[in-house]
Design a protein around this ligand. Structure first.
Ligand SMILES: [Zn+2]
Length: 80
């Protein structure tokens, strides 16, 4: 259950799961990987969101971000 319909318990569970996921991420040295929050589609307001560590994806390094941005601006110029 998502958003403003989530109960206090749902929000607390979501927060707890986020913290749990963050500590797993640190413990297993997965900080290069992004975390995705998933929200259940059920109608239980006590049902919080969960978090997945996407080990098949990497957060770009600062250098890679620069490169992605440069490429993005180049593509934009080409198309305008
Ligand atoms: Zn649910």
């Amino acid at each position: 259950m998502a958003g403003k319909f989530m109960s206090r318990k749902g929000i607390v569970d979501t927060k707890k799961d986020e913290e749990r996921t963050n500590s797993i991420q640190k413990r297993e040295r997965l900080t290069k990987h992004p975390i995705r929050a998933g929200v259940c589609q059920c109608y239980n307001p006590n049902c919080g969101a969960w978090h997945d560590i996407l080990t098949d994806r990497n957060i770009p390094t600062d250098d890679e971000c620069d490169e992605i941005l440069k490429q993005h601006h180049k593509d934009k110029k080409k198309n305008s």
